[in-house]
Design a protein around this ligand. Structure first.
Ligand code: NAD
Length: 252
């Protein structure tokens, strides 16, 4: 019960990786506030995990929503020990650069990168008081790419840099780290009425050095460790959890 009496804010916690992080924090005695525009995911998570979860509807890209969510979280929990900047537009493919609109580019920036700045800024006073921690969820796409993923890759690279900048500015009171997940199949952490077994082929698993595609629980376990006091000597870091994919040479 590492997180007894602790309170966390997890953005995008209504489904996917964020939801698995919420589940893990609650299982270990903590409470978690979810900020997510998806009412169905947010309310379903709050129902599934019970009194340890507060759902606040809103977007990390909207300054007012962020301030409201942090205030609601602190009012509900009485404190704030950590923030997980997980919310993101998680579909990287946007088509050819020639057709990429400025509006699409800005949408990715606003949600995936500016959101982490807004939430951390709104929470910092509480985090300093609690000697808390921040975990940003980046991606292995911060360091490698498929074609036609420029806005997503740029935001994830930005999160790596934001992580070390914040770690230096907010230390020694607040630790700030980053996780870069590889391929994570999130189907099992959809709202309960949408859950399906993941459609994965043998070759999907086999291309990973560990022999399988990732699960949200893999990221939740690492995130819980980074938030906990056991990671007290770790700040400014990016930890890759990708089944070894970024260490694998690919010669056609
Ligand atoms: N699944 C993967 O393979 C993978 C790999 C690397 C990185 N990631 C990153 O992990 C994070 C979670 O991804 P996922 O696969 O669980 O995605 P997902 O789409 O399953 O869940 C994302 C959640 O974020 C919420 N969200 C979207 N826009 C938001 C906003 N403006 N404000 C607040 N919440 C918002 C969604 O409503 C949803 O509940 C993302 O940042 C994604 O880029 C995912």
């Amino acid at each position: 019960m590492r997180f007894s009496d602790k309170v966390y804010l997890v953005t995008g916690g209504g489904r996917g990786i964020g939801r698995a992080i919420v589940q893990r924090l609650v299982e270990e005695g903590g409470r978690a506030c979810i900020l997510d525009p998806d009412r169905h995911g947010g309310t379903d998570a709050a129902r599934e995990y019970g009194a340890g979860v507060l759902y606040v509807r809103g977007s990390v890209a909207a300054e007012r929503d962020v301030r409201r969510a942090v205030a609601a979280c602190v009012k509900w929990g009485g404190r704030l020990d950590g923030v997980v900047n997980n919310a993101g537009i998680a579909s990287p493919n946007v088509g050819p650069l020639e057709d990429l609109s400025l509006a699409t580019w800005r949408k990715f920036l606003d949600t995936n990168l500016t959101g982490a700045f807004l939430v951390t800024r709104a929470a910092v006073e509480h985090l300093r008081r609690a000697k808390g921690a921040v975990v940003n969820i980046s991606s292995t796409r911060a360091v490698m790419s498929e074609p036609e993923t420029e806005p997503y890759a740029a935001t994830k690279g930005g999160l790596l840099a934001l992580t070390h900048a914040l770690a230096i500015s907010l230390g020694p009171d607040v630790r700030v780290n980053c996780i870069s997940p590889g391929w994570i199949a999130t189907d099992a952490f959809a709202p309960r009425d949408e859950r399906r077994p993941p459609k994965l082929a043998k070759k999907d698993h086999a291309q990973h050095p560990v022999g399988r595609v990732g699960r949200p629980e893999d990221i939740a376990a690492l995130c819980a460790w980074l938030l906990s006091d056991e990671a007290g000597f770790v700040t400014g870091q990016n930890v890759i959890s990708d089944g070894g994919m970024t260490r694998k040479m690919i010669y056609a």
